[in-house]
Design a protein around this ligand. Structure first.
Ligand SMILES: NC(=O)c1ccc[n+]([C@@H]2O[C@H](COP(=O)([O-])OP(=O)(O)OC[C@H]3O[C@@H](n4cnc5c(N)ncnc54)[C@H](OP(=O)(O)O)[C@@H]3O)[C@@H](O)[C@H]2O)c1
Length: 242
C-alpha cells in the first residue's frame, strides 16, 4: 500500500509512540484522524503540525471503555475524514498488578482499552471498507510470562491471538498485523531510571525509539504480502534470557 492519499485512524495518537506513528503516516502522505482521550492540547498541536506537512488531520475524542464508545469513535472519524484505509490500535493502559492484586475493576480497566476496544474497532473498520490494513500495538512480553503485570500482559496476549484470527478472517481484503515494542518510553509519570531498572538485558544493546516503532508500522503497512505477523521491535529481548 502506498500511504499517499490514504486515510488512517490512530488511537491514542496524540502523544508518545502514537504521535510518532501519526507523524510517520503524514510524512508518507496519509490523512490522519488522531484519536485522544485526555490529551486534547497535544492532539490539537499535532493536528496543526500534520497539516503543515500537507495532509488533512482531524482529532476525535473517546474513552474506549465501552462498545458504544468504539462505535461512536469510528462513526465520528468516518464523518470527519471519510472511509479509512488504515487502523492503528495503539491506545493502551499499563499497570503493574499481580494475580493477587488485580480485582475485576483492574482487569476490565486493562482489557477494555487494550483488547476489547481494538477488537470492536477492527470490526467497525471492516464494515466501512473492504480493503485496508490494521496494525495492533502489542508488547515484546507477549512471548513471556511476566507475573508482575498480569492483566496488561493477558490483554496483549489476547490481542496477539486476535491479530492472527483477524488476519485469517478479514483476508483477502484486509491485512492484520502486530508490532511489539520493547522498552521504548517509561510509563507516564515515571522517568528514564524506570527503563534502566526494569528494561532488562537487550541482546543488540540498543535503545528502541518511537521512530523505530513507527518505521516498523510503516513497513507492515507498505508491504501487501504480510498478514498475521508480529514484528518485534525490541533489540531481540523477546528471544529470552531476561
Ligand atoms: N512505551 C513503551 O515502552 C511500550 C512498550 C511495549 C509496548 N508498548 C505499546 O505501544 C503502544 C504505545 O505505547 P505508549 O507507551 O506510547 O502508550 P501509552 O502512553 O501508555 O498510551 C497511549 C494512549 O492511550 C490512550 N488511552 C489510555 N486509556 C484510554 C482509554 N480508556 N480510552 C481511550 N484512550 C486511552 C491515552 O490517550 P490520552 O493521552 O489522549 O488520554 C494514552 O496517551 C501501546 O499499545 C503500548 O502498550 C509500549
Amino acid at each position: 500500500m502506498d500511504l499517499k492519499g490514504k486515510k488512517a485512524l490512530v488511537t491514542g495518537g496524540a502523544v508518545r509512540i502514537g504521535r510518532a506513528i501519526c507523524e510517520m503516516l503524514a510524512d508518507g502522505g496519509a490523512d490522519v484522524c488522531i484519536h485522544y482521550s485526555r490529551s486534547y492540547d497535544q492532539a490539537c498541536s499535532l493536528k496543526d503540525d500534520l497539516e503543515k506537512r500537507g495532509v488533512q488531520a482531524h482529532i476525535a475524542e473517546a474513552n474506549l471503555m465501552t462498545e458504544t464508545a468504539c462505535t461512536e469513535l469510528m462513526d465520528k472519524a468516518v464523518a470527519l475524514l471519510g472511509p479509512f484505509d488504515i487502523l492503528i490500535n495503539n491506545a493502551s493502559v499499563f499497570n503493574k498488578q499481580t494475580l493477587d492484586e488485580a480485582d475485576m475493576d483492574v482487569w476490565m480497566g486493562e482489557m477494555w482499552p487494550n483488547f476489547f476496544a481494538p477488537v470492536q474497532l477492527m470490526r467497525r473498520f471492516a464494515k466501512q471498507t473492504s480493503k485496508g490494513k490494521v496494525v495492533n500495538m502489542l508488547d515484546r512480553r507477549v512471548t513471556s510470562l511476566d507475573t508482575a503485570c498480569v492483566p496488561y500482559l493477558i490483554s496483549k496476549k489476547a490481542l496477539e491471538e486476535v491479530t492472527r484470527m483477524g488476519a485469517l478472517h478479514y483476508a483477502p481484503g484486509i491485512s492484520v498485523n502486530g508490532v511489539a515494542p520493547g522498552a521504548v518510553l517509561p510509563p507516564p509519570g515515571k522517568d528514564e531510571q524506570y527503563i534502566v531498572d526494569h528494561a532488562g538485558p537487550v541482546p543488540l544493546e540498543v535503545r528502541v525509539t518511537p521512530r523505530d516503532i513507527a518505521s516498523a508500522v510503516r513497513f507492515v503497512l507498505e508491504n501487501d504480502t504480510i498478514t498475521g505477523q508480529v514484528v518485534f521491535v525490541d533489540g531481540g529481548q523477546h528471544l529470552g534470557n531476561g
